[in-house]
Design a protein around this ligand. Sequence first.
Ligand code: TNX
Length: 559
Amino acid sequence: MSTTSSPGPTAVPAPLSAVEPDAATLARTAEQTAGALLTPAPPHRLTDVVPAPLQVQPDPTADWVLPADAVIVASPDPAALAVAEQLAHLLRPATGYPLPVTDATTPEAAGGIALVLDDSADLGAEAYRLDIATSGVRVTAATSAGLFYGVQTLRQLLPAAIESPDPVTERWALPGGTITDAPRFPYRGAMLDVARHFFAVEDVLRVVDHLARYKLNHLHLHLTDDQGWRITVDSWPKLTTVGGTTEVGGGPGGHYTKADYARIVSYAAARHITVVPEIDLPGHTNSALVAYPELAPDKTAPPPYTGTEVGFSYVDPTDERTYDFVADVLGEVAALTPGPWLHIGGDEAFKVKGEVYTGFVERVQRIVADLGKTVIGWHQLAPAAHLDGRALQWWGTNGEDPTTVDAVRRGARLIVSPGNHAYLDMKYAPDTPIGHDWAGLIDVRKAYDWDPGTHVVGVPAEAVLGVEAPLWTESVTSLADIELLLLPRLPAIAELGWSPRASHDWASFRDRLAGQGPRWTTAGITFHRAPEIPWSTTPTIPTQRNVPQPDTATHLTPE
Ligand code: TNX
């Protein structure tokens, strides 16, 4: 890793004086020298953070080392205390320190770490300030989300060994100074397609952990498609008992019970991530038609589909029963989902055209609004009438799109997911073992070098809600596959969503990203060793964890 900084005060052995030292001084000097030899690495630089923070003011005189008896003290608020517990969970395994959590009306670092909720500090909803000084560390924010993001930054400033699941002898140094940070866009997301291949709850929780590390705040779950229906709907039970039993390639499929889904939602909420459920309509519905032929245009069940073609299936837009189905499904999904969004798909419904398509979408949009939720749909929804708050997810590969620009003029906001920059299912290079290439190859630089604020010509930055990186899973069958495609491109998209445009700099990003490699290795996370990134060759702490697991703090109650 490319870190240079003045070493912390205890790393430098005291110079021997000309006067004969006493035994105690000699012993202390020997101990300090041994310590410096054992752990010569200086702290990371305060700028070594992904996504790049808004403002960084290093103070090389203020480096700090976490003492074994440090206490974490938080404002007396359940959400702030929950973040303090999360911090303790992050730090305890590798340090082996007890790190008790306490509360105080005015938390003081006092040689430890203070998490301070302060709505008078002029910090926005997701903003935080991180002060690292010789007296300890303080994170200040107006909300628990801000505290959580400050903790993610703190985590990255510690040595990579902090990711070890087992105790490690290390000097837990932090670089001195102040970071003041806030996101550029309010919507920063990733999508996981659990329909083409089904993934266990544990795998999804692990993806949530990856999002949280990089301050992403939305997880879009593509829950239904031709190859499988993945969420229980009590009023239409065969959607999962029949429609959930298939997947691409002929595997067994699977589905989430309502309790499974609630577990994902609450695990994500505890990490300040909103789940955005997608029920893809009117196309991409073969699995629903297999379960309920009455929804099919010819009222005949099609054969189950386990291939990878798109655009052939649709629910009958001329039958009222279809709208009962949509209302029942969206009603049950809305009831399970605390977040404001319902994603209604709308892509590649090639057989439902023109006014029939827009008429269908407009009815579904109203169903969503009547449920008190806000519509997101793929940008194919653009021609349909605008409805308050509606957001379109743009996945084009060419920034010219007059139809979408017109929908924005009528009030739609945009989530940008350009297929040729943000699609995590595209291969990195021709030899990437899994993935697609219909939108081109996406190496890390291609994932990083674009601007969500100006990408779609004619859409002003104010209309851009944010950015999302979708992962379609036709060729993805395991957690290791997911991680290979996610990392290291997810942090690139996260930086586009979080960091100010003025900080955009490939050379800086490349070096900071390289610093993430040893963290992933230490945590047992798979990633693609992209050749354009100067990964460190320094050996990392071996982990004894064979089976990857989500963060241990699964019991945390959501807010
Ligand atoms: C297009 S992008 C699709 C998906 C496929 C994906 C494969 C979009 C809204 N629809 O159905 O899985 O390409 O990259």
